[in-house]
Design a protein around this ligand. Structure first.
Ligand SMILES: Nc1nc2c(ncn2[C@@H]2O[C@H](COP(=O)(O)OP(=O)(O)OP(=O)(O)O)[C@@H](O)[C@H]2O)c(=O)[nH]1
Ligand SMILES: [Zn+2]
Length: 185
């Protein structure tokens, strides 16, 4: 679909008027354009080349990147939710550069989301790209829509997980993953 800079600018201007602000005042007059540029920046992070490598030295064990900082937006209020992502896979002859796991997380996070769907999309994309023996994704996020409005209850961490392949079928693989990301069994 792509980013329509003009539409964003018009919408932000109207929104500012809607909350009783003067969109032409100093400080706000560049805001519609800033927000349009910000979303263009997010969109650029969605596109990347997922390069695969033949396995380095026959590595067939689990690869885990933990504590990836993640920022997303809840699709209900367009307020951020943010926290940590832990991503693992067990390769089947090919591996990817580690940064591609981080890029995958960012690519799916930087759009209106719910945490459950985001978790599943990351896992499914990695299954498709790497065709590994399995993928595991755990997200731990705080939702500002629960912290600063609505129920107004800050400090809660929502945990979601998506397990695919061997992480579902083999309890030892799942336990190893949980141990490596520092979770109790
Ligand atoms: N399942 C899920 N719910 C979310 C997520 N982010 C926000 N929510 C919830 O989505 C719900 C939105 O529901 P509504 O009841 O339509 O919205 P609301 O009236 O603004 O809800 P309150 O936040 O309770 O005031 C709220 O309960 C949010 O806490 C998410 O990632 N996953
Ligand atoms: Zn919300």
């Amino acid at each position: 679909m792509g980013i329509d800079r003009e539409k964003i600018k018009q919408a932000v201007r109207l929104f500012l008027e809607g909350i009783g602000e003067d969109p032409d005042r100093e400080g706000l007059k560049e805001t519609p354009d800033r927000i349009a540029r910000m979303w263009e920046e997010f969109e650029r992070q969605r596109e990347f080349n997922f390069k695969l490598f033949e396995e380095f030295g026959q590595y067939n064990e689990m690869v885990v990147v933990k504590d990836i900082t993640i920022y997303s937006f809840c699709e209900h209020h367009l307020l951020p939710f943010f926290g940590k992502a832990h991503v693992a896979y067990v390769p089947d002859r090919v591996v990817c550069g580690l940064s591609k796991l981080v890029r995958t997380v960012k690519a799916f996070a930087l759009r209106p989301q719910v945490q459950e769907r985001l978790t599943a999309q990351i896992a499914d994309f990695l299954m498709e790209q790497l065709k590994p023996k399995g993928v595991a994704v755990v997200l731990e996020c705080e939702h500002l829509c629960m912290s600063m409005r609505g129920v107004m209850s800050p400090g809660h961490i929502t945990t979601t997980s998506a397990l695919r392949g061997i992480f579902l079928s083999d309890i030892r693989t799942r336990e190893e993953f949980l141990k490596l990301i520092g979770k109790k069994l």
